[in-house]
Design a protein around this ligand. Structure first.
Ligand code: PLP
Length: 405
């Protein structure tokens, strides 16, 4: 593995602080990761030197800003290996990307009686847009059940597929359980019935290798802020022919070719889906998050994070039965949900915070998943490349201490 974690940590100034008198231990990476200094500097540099609106100006600053913005698009294209750069659309985040497809594809192509398949472990942002679409169109939403380990019941999924299935929209890695779903198999099976497949890669993108051509997915969506990038930027990858066939999502400047009162023609992709002034500084900064990940390599990041998860699980196993785990699939990203048997998760979260430890507590925007397990919420620890085994020791010691209270 041979990662120099100290050197990696030094790139994240936020980690070097005390919280409630204790060194900060940040285990809320599935909610958002921290940002490397190169990215923070890039935002400052952009506003100090290059700030300008893009695509429209012919002056030097506009050209610099436009070039840097479009450079990021090319980096994202390589990052996910899309065939064409025009297939990369900048959004606000995963939520907006899924809403865009539900609206722009759904409005045009979904009809009464059509079926859309999601799963029990979806984030609310991959449930509610489809519920709204189904309600509007009198379409039917079907939900793949899961087992106790938090894995999709693939037999049930296969039984659901039919010529009525128009969209299968699934999370690649669950934010609450960490489960990695067999999306390649899901894509193949869905395509056999002519369905289009959307992959919510919000949690997958910082851990797993993404190759949209190899996956052959129709849409793949993620947020920059969960991959060491800035907030307010997301990526929607879509196959060219689908994006071209879809309605615009928002309308106004940038997404038009020509506007006349008699009628308007729309711009080509990707601009057709990028109405208005985008989040220029943060898109430019995203390039530095990609550089950070590529600089280490995703496989090294993944192996290291998995070693942290294994270490955590090994220590948890030794704490007898005060902790119950949720999400015990063998194929997981480094995310672990659990509850303390004698304490509400919010109380536990507050006590951990008093020890400088940031974890997420609650339903993780997956209320139907929580209902499936008959719970209201969990404590979730999620690991990133700057975390250490020493920090996990502190977490487990704190959990043992508070569970005795
Ligand atoms: N999907 C998954 C699996 C997530 O984990 C999240 C965020 O936690 C989202 C979607 C929504 O992402 P965003 O809030 O960045 O739009």
């Amino acid at each position: 593995m041979n990662l120099n974690i100290e050197e990696i940590r030094n790139q994240f100034p936020i980690l070097n602080q005390s919280v409630n008198g204790k060194p900060l231990i940040y285990f809320d990476n599935a909610a958002t990761t921290q940002k490397p200094i190169s990215l923070i500097n890039a935002i400052k540099k952009y506003y100090e030197n290059d700030n300008s609106n893009i695509h429209r100006g012919i002056h030097t600053l506009a050209e610099r800003a436009t070039n840097a913005f479009e450079e990021t698009r090319k980096s994202v294209q390589q990052f996910v290996n899309s065939k064409e750069v025009e297939e990369i659309i900048f959004t606000k985040g995963t939520t907006e990307g899924i809403n865009l497809v539900a609206y722009s594809y759904g409005e045009k192509f979904i009809q009464a009686g059509d079926e859309i398949i999601i799963s029990t472990m979806e984030h609310h942002s991959n449930i509610v847009p489809w519920q709204i679409l189904c309600e509007k169109k009198a379409a039917i939403l079907k939900v793949i059940p899961i087992n106790e380990e938090g894995e999709l019941l693939m037999d049930e999924f296969e039984k659901m597929l039919s010529s009525k299935t128009k969209i299968v929209s699934l999370v690649w890695a669950s934010n609450a359980l960490g489960t990695i779903n067999p999306i390649k198999e899901i894509i193949e099976k869905s395509h056999a019935f002519g369905a289009k497949v959307l992959i919510d890669a919000a949690q997958a993108v910082s851990h797993l290798d993404v190759d949209v051509q190899d996956l052959n997915c129709d849409f793949l969506i993620f947020s920059a802020h969960k991959m060491y990038g800035p907030t307010g930027v997301g990526i929607l990858y879509g196959k060219r022919e689908l994006l071209e066939s879809m309605l615009p999502y928002q309308s106004g400047g940038e997404m038009i070719k020509e506007v006349r009162f008699e009628g308007t023609t729309y711009n080509d992709i990707p601009y057709k889906f990028e109405a208005g002034t985008p989040n220029i500084a943060d898109v430019i900064a995203l390039n530095h998050a990609i550089e950070f990940i590529n600089g280490i390599s995703k496989s090294k990041i993944r192996d290291y994070e998995n070693s942290l998860l294994d270490y955590f699980l090994q220590l948890i196993c030794e704490t007898n039965d005060t902790i119950k785990l949720y999400g015990t699939s063998k194929k997981k990203v480094a995310i672990q949900s659990f509850v303390l048997k004698n304490m509400h998760h919010f109380d536990a979260g507050m006590m951990l915070d008093a020890n400088g430890i940031a974890v997420r507590t609650g339903h993780h925007c997956t209320q139907p998943l929580m209902s499936r397990f008959g719970i209201e919420g969990t404590i979730r620890a999620s690991f990133a490349v700057y975390n250490t085994k020493k920090e996990i020791d502190v977490l487990v010691e704190s959990l043992i201490k508070i569970s005795k209270k």
